[in-house]
Ligand binder design. Structure first.
Ligand SMILES: Cc1cc2nc3c(=O)[nH]c(=O)nc-3n(C[C@H](O)[C@H](O)[C@H](O)COP(=O)(O)OP(=O)(O)OC[C@H]3O[C@@H](n4cnc5c(N)ncnc54)[C@H](O)[C@@H]3O)c2cc1C
Length: 387
């Protein structure tokens, strides 16, 4: 038997585990997935949780059922890539334990970058479901007041519009260095600006936040903006466990991988999704499900190919779209070139809402197909490995 251990039960960990189980079942693969929570967190819908929506609960045991993957509940504390061991912290009802592996797939995602003073102590973040529910509960206690959303990237825009729509009694302020949705084309950006305006979101562009305080934020230059809740969406980093274990990481703590998605320092470790620094011809991929899921398929295929003594194919990926919800009643989809630069086309309104919902649901469809072995070897024309 070959013990394949997958760390992280998010979109990419589940994808890699189901794919690896299917692709190695005839070559003796035994796949185990470890996650800190028994729940499958739909990270790309967390802005809706923040706004107070009660989304479906998905147990990881259900998500993995019938896929040939064993689930272990536990928080990864440390990895010893020399001894091929992973140490898990004790969790409620579970003792600390050590798991051994032959091949490791690292899919622990990222955490919020808390370099700016006060973020760790005073800002709300999207690190996990519990942290997001904490924000939602706090907002429930406010009958009026101001919510500051820090960051004008797509997560910041989705959050500001969702919060403004769901909680119209609160004043939402979006603070951003550049323009909101700066990566989109002019038409989609203008549409997005109008949506922010319609929902009453106050946009302050061109600002730099230097400190988060218990009751506000401080800008470069000293201006104070009052806030009853500050949501921090600007920037993430890899978990400290990766660097601490001696795996080669980039300046953002993500595991540096080769074309077959193996750690450049420890080739028995594969890294996928947000946690990996994956180089393509146009640069290092930024964290999205869009790129993360294909990386997980490719890593599992690469691993399966290696176990069969074959050469893994290099991972190739090109972006296709930037889907952005603007509350529950509007959305805009920017179509892109493979390097994520905007094309001329974009979709708005009802068609965009339906498109965004389909995209957000698509991981569950993929999981079902993976269990049945129905995802082709060259899924999306991107994955490595051979049948
Ligand atoms: C509000 C929001 C909206 C987004 N919208 C989109 C979108 O529209 N399209 C898109 O492509 N992307 C979107 N993204 C980005 C997308 O969600 C991420 O790229 C994606 O979740 C990455 O998947 P992952 O599996 O690498 O990491 P994650 O989904 O973060 O999964 C990591 C898993 O590891 C587990 N874990 C973490 N630490 C430990 C530990 N120490 N021990 C054990 N388990 C641990 C976590 O519990 C989690 O299950 C959005 C993100 C946010 C926050």
């Amino acid at each position: 038997m070959t013990d394949i251990l997958v760390l992280g039960g998010g979109y990419t960990g589940v994808t890699a585990a189901l794919r690896a189980a299917r692709r190695t079942r005839r070559t003796g693969g035994r796949v185990t997935l470890v996650n800190a929570s028994p729940r499958f967190t739909e990270r790309l819908r967390l802005h809706r949780t923040a706004a107070g929506e009660r989304l479906a609960d998905h147990a990881l045991t259900d998500v993995l059922a019938g896929g040939g993957v064993q689930f272990v509940l536990g928080r990864v504390a440390a990895i010893d890539p020399e001894r091929h061991e992973v140490r898990l912290d004790p969790s409620p009802g579970h003792e600390a334990r050590t798991l051994r592996y032959d091949k490791l797939v690292y899919a622990l995602g990222t955490v919020t970058d808390v370099t700016v003073p006060g973020v760790a102590e005073h800002a709300y973040v999207y690190d996990d479901h519990t942290a997001t529910v904490r924000l939602s509960r706090h907002l429930d206690t406010l009958t009026r007041g101001t919510v500051v959303v820090a960051g004008g990237g797509l997560t910041g825009v989705e959050s500001a519009t969702e919060l403004a729509e769901a909680r119209p009694h609160l004043h939402v302020v979006l603070l951003t260095r550049g323009r909101p949705g700066a990566m989109m084309g002019a038409g989609a950006r203008a549409y997005l600006d109008r949506a922010l305006q319609r929902l009453g979101v106050e946009v302050r562009a061109g600002v730099e936040i230097t400190k988060v305080l218990p009751d506000g934020v401080e800008l470069a230059g000293g201006e104070l903006i009052h806030s009853d809740a500050t949501l921090w969406t600007t920037g993430t980093r890899g978990l400290p466990q990766a660097a601490a274990s001696g795996l080669a990481v980039d300046e953002r703590g993500r595991i540096v991988v080769d074309a077959a998605l193996r750690s450049v320092s420890h080739p028995d470790v594969y890294a996928v999704g947000d946690a990996a620094a994956i180089t393509q011809s146009f640069g290092i991929l930024h964290g999205t499900c869009q790129g993360g899921i294909p990386s997980a398929l490719a890593a599992a295929d690469s691993l399966a190919a290696t176990l069969r003594g074959r050469r893994a194919r290099p991972f190739r990926f090109g972006f296709f779209h930037q889907p952005v919800s603007l509350g529950r009643k509007d959305a805009v989809i920017q179509f892109t070139r493979p390097d994520d630069s905007p094309r001329r086309w974009y979709l708005t309104g009802r068609a965009a809402i339906a498109y965004k919902e389909t995209v957000s649901d698509s991981p569950f469809t993929l999981f079902r197909l993976l269990k049945r072995g129905l995802v082709p070897v060259r899924a999306f024309g991107l994955t490595a490995g051979r049948s």
